[in-house]
Design a protein around this ligand. Structure first.
Ligand SMILES: Nc1nc2c(ncn2[C@@H]2O[C@H](COP(=O)(O)OP(=O)(O)O)[C@@H](O)[C@H]2O)c(=O)[nH]1
Ligand SMILES: [Mg+2]
Length: 367
């Protein structure tokens, strides 16, 4: 009897050796569901035997956390030193940075924690090098900065490592809902046309994955891997930005070729070692994190229009209260809002009211 690992290897080999087309997609889809199931079993065995990966313990701080991910020596530490108050060791050889080095970027009123991660190497997702730690730190962030060197711009290798670790970059989660039933087999209901897989394939993959009776409602166009993502769970959807570093060393033509090749990422050419592009880097990070400003108005007083509180877009009154002082949530009575999120000036709202950029907020607490 083959071990689970051997079964996975065999199935993966079969998937690799099967030419993917309309005639085989059904078969391949089922194989993939099978692999996903077996891999989950392996993970379960691993965690129950107590051999955890052991990630870095990085204490989160600031309004958001950003991780710099890249191969060794592309200039990650140099960038951290340029945009934050940190002092990370810079080396001309690989593997300089062995630990996660945090720094804080202060920009437009926001405090952004930036993590310089040890260089990612091929095989990181399988635990090579500091792979597991790099990836667990990356998973705990709000934004991933991908950094490439203009002379070794292998973005696919980088994103593959992240993708193998269940991190999806610049993607929205598929809209799939699965409900387990007592009887009736697998039922699939799709609210839109599915160009990438038939409903029959969806049904067979769900069955192969191990469900017997379930209703699957799909409300977006999905690909087989997205169905597997939603079956296995634990997938992270993170925004990302791409920086191409060391452009001072390359001909303009080479730089524009790379930018064109990865245009879907809207890459930013930089040369942090020469202090080029620093302000653009900061702006890009700030803009991608999608912050908003909320002006606080003390009860009966005037709003502070000078120094807004910077929070993530979509934040509600509760998260603002948490930012002011934890007693504010505890003693919260109600709040009043003026501005874009208010139906009328001074609207009375509760903790779960979603705020908008440039709102003015007054929180009333029990004394
Ligand atoms: N020419 C040039 N060299 C750079 C640039 N950025 C970093 N370097 C050099 O590249 C080497 C590796 O940088 P480092 O920040 O340690 O890379 P890390 O391993 O990704 O953290 C160092 O010798 C840096 O001085 C740049 O924009 N231009
Ligand atoms: Mg480094």
């Amino acid at each position: 009897m083959a071990t689970i690992k051997e079964q996975v290897d065999l199935l993966e080999e079969e998937i690799r050796n099967t030419k993917y087309n309309k005639a085989t997609q059904h078969h391949v889809g089922k194989l993939k569901a099978k692999v996903a199931k077996l891999k989950e079993d392996i993970e379960r065995n691993r965690s129950s035997s107590g051999k955890g990966g052991g990630g870095y313990e990085v204490k989160k701080s600031g309004n958001a956390t950003v991780s710099i991910v890249g191969f060794p020596s592309v200039g990650k530490s140099t960038m951290l030193n340029c945009i934050t108050d940190a002092d990370s060791e810079v080396g001309s050889y690989n593997f300089t940075t062995l630990e996660v080095v945090p720094g804080t970027l202060h920009h437009h009123g926001a405090n952004i924690q930036v993590l310089d991660l040890p260089g990612l190497i091929e095989g990181a997702s399988k635990g090579k090098g500091r792979g597991r730690q790099v990836i667990s730190a990356a998973r705990s962030s709000d934004l991933i900065i991908l950094m490439l060197d203009v002379f070794s711009p292998d973005l696919d290798l980088l994103t593959r490592e992240l993708s193998d670790s269940k991190i999806r970059l610049n993607e929205s989660p598929p809209n799939i809902h699965l409900t387990v039933n007592d009887a009736g087999g697998i039922e699939v209901a799709s609210t839109c046309h599915q160009p990438y897989m038939t409903e029959e394939l969806i049904r067979d993959m769900v069955r192969t994955y191990g469900f017997v009776n379930a209703t699957v409602v799909v409300r977006s166009r999905i690909k087989p891997y997205q169905l597997i993502d939603s079956l296995t769970g634990g997938v992270l959807y993170l925004p990302t930005i791409l920086f191409i570093n060391k452009v001072d060393l390359a001909e303009a033509e080479i730089v524009s070729k790379i930018i064109d090749k990865y245009r879907s990422y809207n890459p930013l050419p930089i040369a942090v070692g020469k202090n080029q592009g620093i302000e653009q880097i900061k702006d890009r990070i700030f803009d991608t994190l999608r912050f908003m400003r909320v002006f606080l108005k003390p009860q009966g007083g005037k709003a502070d229009l000078e120094e807004p509180m910077v929070v993530k877009m979509g934040s509600d009154v509760e998260s603002i209260c948490n930012n002011i002082h934890r007693d504010f949530v505890h003693n919260f009575r109600y709040a009043r809002v003026w501005g874009p999120s208010a139906k009328f000036p001074g609207q009375k709202v509760g903790l779960f009211h979603q705020l908008k950029d440039k709102d003015i907020l007054s929180v009333v607490i029990r004394r």
